[in-house]
Design a binder for this molecule. Structure first.
Ligand code: TRP
Ligand code: SF4
Length: 334
């Protein structure tokens, strides 16, 4: 990207971030920041409430945790605007305005919605707010007139809806919103410790802030090549999740390990020990930064409130334009 663009993305504060997030989203967020784009990174607490409305008391703690994870992963509040969604109430107002003209069938046919309603039955998601989840997401994106939205493929249907909502607004009232583009992360997928996709709901994650001993223990219990039953059997590194970790965290020796595995010269226990140490070593700078931030929560909240104030200035400007376009601007306000 040559030109400075407006970038927006968000994370739901439903738990600490794991190394899948680090390689999936956060690396990309940092890259966009370091390329000099105008980046807005949001902690989407309203979106968390849409599924966690039964126990909202965890959201606040998670907001803080995620904020720390974002900073630890290299997001720099001097370069990016890091903010909390609910501290910018203009999102809610724009969401309401959009809700007036978004046809319900657009929302009902959203594949993410259909899947989640089925998968998360115990959460009782047949609510008004959850159906409107992508409308709020569209408000998040469009209120900053974002050009680019770095997301994972799972969020593509939501971005498609955002684009449709932008087009519909532009057509009905006035051409205010640029049509945002997704930026997909082309990263190696880091499997969870059971070989499936790393995800909190599978309980197979290694967290960015996880203690070294806990990491060693998780790796020790990790799934390996299912066809390798005895130490003397040759392994199949290409179908072993531990080997994916070797490739990412032990790049230099991965080829050697691959050969040793194929020839049964290395056992899985040793292979895991090696990669666990590499991963712990990789996370060292993250631990250090976390300590610094955790010892100074006041600064953390200052970053978040300052970021939210900055985001709010931009959000207010767009909302004023929107209200003018729908002829609901009643002159001077505070
Ligand atoms: N729905 C996104 C997720 O679950 C989080 C999110 C909320 C978001 N608002 C956003 C992502 C705006 C990108 C842009 O991951
Ligand atoms: Fe997997 Fe390593 Fe065991 Fe080979 S030696 S099967 S790469 S854990």
């Amino acid at each position: 990207m040559e030109e400075k663009k407006i970038v927006l993305s968000g994370m739901r504060p439903t738990g600490p971030l794991h190394i899948g997030h680090l390689f999936g989203a956060l690396k990309n967020w940092k890259k966009l920041q370091d390329e000099g784009n105008n980046c807005f990174y949001m902690i989407a607490d309203w979106h968390a409430l849409s599924t966690e409305y039964r126990c909202p008391e965890n959201i606040r703690k998670n907001v803080e945790e995620i904020a720390i994870d974002l900073l630890v992963s290299g997001l720099d509040p001097e370069k990016s605007t890091i903010f909390i969604q609910s501290l910018v109430p203009e999102h809610v107002e724009l969401h309401l305005i959009f809700s007036m003209f978004v046809p319900i069938p657009w929302l009902e046919r959203n594949p993410v919605y259909k899947e989640q309603i089925k998968e998360l039955k115990e959460k009782e998601l047949n609510t008004y707010g959850f159906l409107g989840y992508p409308v709020l997401q569209a408000a998040d994106i469009l209120i900053y007139k974002a050009n680019y939205v770095p997301i994972g493929v799972d969020q593509l249907p939501h971005l498609e809806l955002t684009r449709e909502i932008a087009r519909r607004f532009n057509y009905l009232y006035r051409n205010i919103f640029p049509i945002p583009e997704p930026l997909l992360t082309e990263t190696p997928k880091i499997p969870g410790i059971d070989g499936r996709k790393m995800s909190k709901s599978y309980n197979n994650c290694i967290f960015i802030g996880e203690e070294p001993d806990s990491i060693r223990n998780k790796i020790k219990n990790m799934f390996t090549d299912p066809k390798r039953i005895y130490r003397k059997d040759p392994g199949h590194p290409d179908t072993c999740p531990v080997f994916v970790y070797q490739q990412i965290f032990n790049t230099q020796s991965a080829d050697e390990i691959k050969n040793s595995c194929l020839n049964a010269k290395i056992g899985c226990t040793d292979c895991k020990k090696i990669v666990a140490e590499k991963l712990v070593e990789f996370l060292q700078p993250f631990y250090k930064k976390r300590k610094e931030i955790e010892n100074n929560r006041k600064d953390l909240w200052e970053i978040l409130t300052e970021g939210s104030k900055k985001a709010r200035q931009m959000a207010k400007k767009t909302l004023d334009e929107v209200k003018e376009a729908i002829r609901m601007d009643y002159g001077e306000k505070d």
